[in-house]
Design a protein around this ligand. Structure first.
Ligand code: T4K
Length: 401
């Protein structure tokens, strides 16, 4: 615990954490359970090309999502690329997409030969809404609205469905953060023509790398199975190109165990989020983004907004102080995609058009969560943030002048 300013690592004191505390889950199943499944893989001698474990994982995902098709892929980035390629779109067709997202959301559009039309997001949910999308729908060539269920909170699905229906557009979702999350009691996977999920090591449902596309559309699912593997096992349907987006048996083994642990890991995440909230809720200038009450959630990301005037430091300054202590907070997603190459030069019309995105890029951060982060760690992190706020004026003079 820090008692005086010189105890802070950024001022030469010792680090609060001996090893770094990351944002991300790294929920590891017990080795013996993994070994038992891996032994079966060795016995069968089938390591990839969608073997028995991959098929079992897909079946269980269909149950979790309440969907007829869950096509597993190497990761969600490949899932986004191939799912966009599987839609009936022509090269150069336009897709309305938030700029406040992970690079893969937008780069997948480029990869699939489509053009992004960047829109802003709601300041309270960080997600697109019918209101933030509507101003861009008259752009010639718009065919799809691509929403991102950021931090696991589903977008305003009712409003978006109504708008898409009125305008004859498709809805497509990057649901990388939203495994197990609901909107109006329905699984997030049940909305849009496709929903793409991530099972990266830092996600609450993990297959180390991995992702899947959930869809109701049997034709799209068949196209995806052909797109993901030159040696596809399923019916041959015409696809524009082949690829290798296969999901290995080792990934499936990890994923199956993670699925068994999923309720337990979500509950542990919920507790961690609650502890952070209790530990920080009265600190001036710290705002929490909390899940909608009554909906199911995976509580994967603990997301804060730092208001510089009230807190005493900007988000970036706070991040530097915390990182010096080995607390690896993240600044997802900076800068907004509209300000990244190649988009800022290719599409300069968006650079100064998204004020909410720009404001969020200045103040949003995620604090460590997941299996490695203990209750004591959270108490220490909250205590440190309180200490930094309480001594902001004095500390600022010694640090950032
Ligand atoms: N759409 C959205 C909205 C997304 O956020 C993402 C990915 C995607 C699509 C694409 O999904 P994938 O293609 O990845 O399936 C991470 C993840 O790599 C990425 O999956 C995630 N979103 C993004 C928000 O965050 P980084 O660069 O911040 O995290 P990374 O991989 O450096 O890991 C964080 C820390 O965790 C590391 O500093 C160390 C620790 N760590 C990580 C790994 C992988 C470990 O201790 N062990 C590990 O094995 O991107």
């Amino acid at each position: 615990m820090k008692r005086q300013l010189s105890d802070l690592a950024i001022l030469g004191g010792s680090k609060l954490c001996d090893s770094f505390l990351p944002v991300g889950q790294i929920n590891i199943p017990e080795w013996e359970r993994f070994e038992a499944l891996a032994n079966g893989i060795f016995d069968r001698g089938c390591y990839s090309n969608h073997g028995v474990l991959a098929q079992e994982f897909e079946n269980k995902l269909c149950q979790l999502f309440n969907m007829p098709h869950a096509v597993t892929l190497t990761n969600a980035t490949i899932g986004l690329c191939l799912a966009l390629k599987a839609l009936d779109l022509a090269p150069g067709d336009k897709v309305v997409v938030p700029a406040f997202t992970f690079a893969a959301t937008v780069q997948a559009l480029t990869w699939a030969g489509l053009e992004p039309v960047f829109c802003d997001v709601d300041p309270h949910t960080h997600n697109i809404t019918a209101q933030t999308v509507a101003p861009w729908l008259d752009t010639p060539g718009v065919k799809v609205i691509l929403g991102v269920h950021l931090w696991g909170n589903p977008c305003d699905l009712q409003g978006l469905e109504t708008l898409a229906h009125e305008r004859g557009l498709s809805l497509f979702f990057d649901a990388a953060h939203a495994v197990g999350c609901t909107y109006g009691g329905k699984n997030a996977a049940e909305f849009g023509v496709c929903a793409v999920f991530s099972f990266h090591a830092t996600k609450v449902l993990s297959s180390t790398e991995g992702g899947c596309v959930a869809t109701n559309d049997g034709e799209i699912a068949e196209r995806l199975r052909n797109l993901r593997s030159i040696s596809g096992r399923h019916a041959n349907v015409p696809v524009p190109v082949n690829s290798n987006g296969r999901f290995s048996e080792m990934q499936a083994a990890f994923g199956l165990l993670s699925l068994e642990d999923f309720p337990r890991n979500c509950a542990a995440n919920e507790k961690r989020m609650r502890l952070y909230h209790e530990g920080l809720r009265d600190v001036p200038g710290v705002r929490f983004l909390l899940p909608t009450p009554g909906e199911r959630h995976n509580y994967q990301y603990v997301v804060l907004e730092i208001e510089e005037k009230e807190f005493g430091f900007s988000r970036d300054e706070l991040v530097r102080i915390l990182e010096a202590e080995n607390i690896l907070v993240r600044r997802y997603f900076v800068p907004g995609m509209h300000r990244c190459v190649p988009y800022k030069t290719q599409f300069p019309q968006y650079v100064d058009a998204l004020p909410v995105t720009d404001a969020l890029c200045e103040k949003v951060m995620q604090v460590p969560s997941g299996q490695r982060v203990t209750d004591e760690d959270i108490a220490v992190i909250c205590g440190l943030i309180r200490f930094i706020h309480a001594h902001a004026r004095e500390l600022k003079k010694r640090l950032f002048v």
